[in-house]
Ligand binder design. Sequence first.
Ligand SMILES: Cc1cc2nc3c(=O)[nH]c(=O)nc-3n(C[C@H](O)[C@H](O)[C@H](O)COP(=O)(O)O)c2cc1C
Length: 357
Amino acid sequence: MSQLFTPYDLRGTSVRNRVWVSPMCQYSAVDGLPGDWHLVHLGSFARGGVGLVMTEASAVSPEGRISPQDTGIWNDEQRDAWARIVDFVHGQGAVAAVQLAHAGRKASTRRPWDGRGSVAEEDGGWETVGPSAVAFPGLREPRELTAEGIAGVVDDFAAAARRSLEAGFDVIEVHAAHGYLLHEFLSPLSNRRSDEYGGSFDNRVRLLLDVVRAVRAAVPEETPLVVRISATDWAEGGWTADDAVELARRLREADVDLVDVSSGGNVPADIPVEPGYQVGFARRIRQEAGIATGAVGLITEAKQAEEVVAEGSADVVFLARALLRDPHWALQAAHELGVEIGAGVHWPDQYRRAALD
Ligand SMILES: Cc1cc2nc3c(=O)[nH]c(=O)nc-3n(C[C@H](O)[C@H](O)[C@H](O)COP(=O)(O)O)c2cc1C
């Protein structure tokens, strides 16, 4: 009996299996609007049998975009463009999640295939903000957020959460990983503030907890809330796995349902990348903080994903690149694991003949 293809209950929202789409920027939006590309990209994962489809990092404000081509959810036009995609995802029996993001000091950059680096204001870029005026190496120096600016960020996340539900999304994920704004506040390497948002651990986690509480208050009680964190900066003097465990405890107390456990991204670092290299962090947080976790990072094989869930390292797995290579990864995995068509796996009627042998 496959654990991977056993339904998962996320705060009352039943997800048909534990193969979930990890958020993936497509750098293909105009004015923050998702378009046909996003419909086909995300729609193909839903058709391909995953339990939950997560959008790419979608900015809560224009200055929170990583690149000028990021999707957003700061206005009603964007909400309506997302609604079409959410409807298709639902039509395929998958749960729809949105990743709400603010890129902080890593905003206003060129998309990867245009060579990375900061986009100048005259080329459509903008002034970036961060906890402190400390640049990510190679990118422009951000402006230190004022207390008023911080309150604005909290409001933007709450408004975006509200708009996401209007678009039909079932689940909200707050992006607090990969060196973007909320992670920048967590890490002493990027946060040099001396006010109540910097210095001690309590102060550095304050913004994320403020955002989580504001989002929680902005949505109905039954809405599942997920937070993606980096479990470590992989760098001397930075954010550590011990910090991540303590943060996860506080997230649980703040009514977060699941922690999506990634790592790195706040400073350049040597990361010991190998299959399942972040699974251990998900396991530790699940065991020591008593909160559900998602594991992500080089999970590519059906048996490997099955093991992660079956051995209790995580409740679900998030897949990114394996799904780009094969949007039907979940159907293929179910086939390989010998899972019968039923609650955990749904072959579209049009594709059923592929399930037979
Ligand atoms: C094309 C691409 C875009 C990505 N964009 C995002 C993103 O928007 N938000 C995020 O949290 N992670 C993003 N990531 C990271 C993935 O979600 C995932 O954590 C990482 O790729 C490791 O998983 P994998 O080995 O299954 O690819 C992206 C990864 C890829 C390959």
